[in-house]
Design a protein around this ligand. Sequence first.
Ligand SMILES: CCCC(=O)SCCNC(=O)CCNC(=O)[C@H](O)C(C)(C)COP(=O)(O)OP(=O)(O)OC[C@H]1O[C@@H](n2cnc3c(N)ncnc32)[C@H](O)[C@@H]1OP(=O)(O)O
Length: 307
Amino acid sequence: MPFTVTEMAVSLWKNLLQTTKERILQQRRMSLYNGAHGYDEELLKKKLQQFAGGSINLSKEDNGIGILTLNNPKLMNAFTGTMMVELQERVTELENWKDGKGLIIYGAGNTFCSGSDLNAVKAISNSQDGMNMCMFMQNTLTRLMRLPLISVALVQGKAFGGGAELTTACDFRLMTPGSEIRFVHKHMGLVPGWGGAARLVRIVGSGAALQLLSGAAGVDPERALHLGLSEETLSSSDETGALEEAQAWLSQYTEGPATVIQAVKKVVTAGRELPVEAALRTEKDVFGTVWGGPANLQALVRRPKHK
Ligand SMILES: CCCC(=O)SCCNC(=O)CCNC(=O)[C@H](O)C(C)(C)COP(=O)(O)OP(=O)(O)OC[C@H]1O[C@@H](n2cnc3c(N)ncnc32)[C@H](O)[C@@H]1OP(=O)(O)O
């Protein structure tokens, strides 16, 4: 039986959607580093597995908000080797979450994260391991930043070193009273290596980034708000209350169908990262995934007035 015009249009639209989705997914997964950069991921992962402890837990809620917990409270949620590997696994899981809209990252025991586990850092202090760890974390945090989910770092307690860098891989930061973000790298004889400097410059500008990295001073919620590093200071400092507040804050932006919220994040990511022509082309591709899609057709039937 011949196809009707509507069936052909639907089939064309589905094909276009599939191809565009695959291309966008492929772009997102593209690693910054590979063998040509002297990067050997499998070798590094084996090494990281030797530094065990803690975990990275992900709970995917029915409202489309994922909660990622940094769980190593004995060491102020410092990243052990196995936690670095687990973070990469959770990011892969989130890349494949079709119903996802938002993500909150927070630390167990009412503190965010104190950076790399200094015990592991000491054991892999040779330059090859250090460079591999740096490339591994940059790959993972770049993919985290590019997730089609609106992400929030809920900063309670301390976000130090790599923990401060992790907050910059999220779209937004919310801080609880008394919390602190601090790029302590200078005092460790280091600079950020998880992509934190590049992202910080884009968030607060080069002057403020230079001050935060060279001064290595703590940033409290008031200063963070002033710098544009934090979006809001929450009123609760207890874990449950802060998490509820962060969820309520985020849900203002995740209301609506996942396809549309994910499309919004994708066009913003393109605008943030790409030269304008490439960003415009991506915007066109993403537009094609929602134009004539279910949410668009339903809205056309409803003809809502935006008063
Ligand atoms: C490219 C990435 C670069 C990096 O991330 S390098 C790491 C940068 N981070 C740091 O230097 C943080 C060092 N830690 C601190 O300054 C303090 O522990 C911190 C976070 C201010 C918390 O202070 P307090 O609240 O007084 O707690 P505390 O010092 O008694 O810590 C409790 C236990 O946790 C441990 N801990 C904290 N941060 C750690 C880390 N990054 N690696 C390994 N262990 C860490 C700390 O040693 C202590 O353990 P213990 O009770 O002495 O056995």
